[in-house]
Design a protein. Structure first.
Length: 330
């Protein structure tokens, strides 16, 4: 089953030597153990499966004028010419970027960030002193240096540079499917850790009101800008707020019908505690760490919420990571 020449060198896809059935059994066992140790009572869980050539977001290191990934169990780097996990359009860029790096010989470049949204690709060369050469390379290859746009639900989103997107389109589409299914006409929605508003704009034709909370100023600014150009400023509002140190109070949450919470990997205990005290009827939790999901949402189960539906999404194919989405009701 090994499909990458850098397997056991690169620290990414550590399970390629397993048969596919064994791989998914291992992941299911890990998920169920993590959940059931925290008060969940699940015999099985549906895993939404991905495969090669689906990842659309990546962060590379640069060493000796070449794209690199981190070695397994090490801070050392392994130079690469391809990565079969990535969408093919991104994968095809790697040798072109390596050639370009050798040509400009800019030792200040330390990192390269790539995002692909729709058919547009953003490539950010971090700490470069070769701005003119980079701009020429981007233009020649029809690439962006920020200023990405996304078409969502007939709306145009203006996105900040290096914005957070789900690692695969499949996962993003699945999350939106679950969220839309659980949203009622004219609902008032809280979007916590909202990023650049992907969920909010998907709900704009259904919900009556959507308040987005996010600590990153560039993301909140992009939501405000996108709401304005799409004539949604009365419906979608964005607030810059650190929900770790200043979680939204349960009395404010009581004014809403549904909350979406999609925190970073470390979870969001403080905000979950406020949600658990509220009278909100539906919470949709999206986590990229199963153990932190279990730790946090156990608090909901202890406060009269129950799981209505739960899924795992294997958007980090062949790694130990897994994404969870669950709908809690009261």
């Amino acid at each position: 089953m090994v499909f990458c020449q850098y397997f056991k060198q690169c620290g990414g896809c550590i399970y390629q030597d397993l048969e596919l059935n064994d791989y998914y059994q291992l992941k299911e066992n890990f998920i169920l153990t993590s959940l059931n140790q925290n008060g969940f009572k699940l015999d099985q869980i549906t895993i939404v499966k991905t495969t090669q050539n689906q990842r659309r977001r990546c962060h590379f290191k640069v060493e000796d004028n070449q794209i690199c990934l981190t070695k397994l169990h090490s801070n050392q780097l392994v130079k690469i010419e391809n990565c079969p996990i990535l969408e093919q359009k991104i994968n095809n860029l790697i040798p072109k970027i390596n050639q370009f790096l050798r040509e400009i010989n800019d030792s200040k470049i330390t990192d390269i960030f790539i995002n692909k949204i729709d058919e547009n690709i953003e490539v950010i060369f971090e700490n470069s002193s070769s701005k003119q050469e980079i701009q020429q390379f981007l233009v020649q290859n029809n690439l962006k240096n920020g200023n990405l746009e996304a078409k969502i639900n007939d709306f145009t989103l203006k996105l900040p540079k290096k914005c957070f997107i789900q690692a695969t389109k499949l996962a993003s589409d699945f999350f939106n499917q679950i969220i839309i299914k659980n949203t009622q006409k004219n609902d008032k929605i809280l979007d916590l850790f909202s990023g650049s508003g992907f969920y909010a704009f998907n709900l704009a034709k259904i919900a009556d009101k959507i308040d987005c909370y996010e600590v990153d100023k560039s993301s909140t600014s992009s939501i405000t800008k996108s709401a304005k150009i799409n004539h949604l400023s009365n419906k979608i509002k964005s607030f810059e707020r650190n929900l770790f140190t200043n979680p939204l109070d349960f009395r404010i949450i009581d004014e809403f019908d549904l909350a979406i919470i999609n925190p970073p990997r470390l979870g969001a205990v403080s905000q979950i505690k406020q949600l658990s005290k509220s009278n909100i009827k539906t919470i949709i939790a999206i986590y990229c760490d199963v153990k932190n999901f279990a730790r946090d949402t156990k608090i909901l189960l202890e406060n009269n919420f129950y799981i209505n539906e739960i899924y795992a999404i294997d958007q980090f194919y062949m790694t130990k990571h897994i994404e969870i989405i669950a709908v809690f009701r009261k």
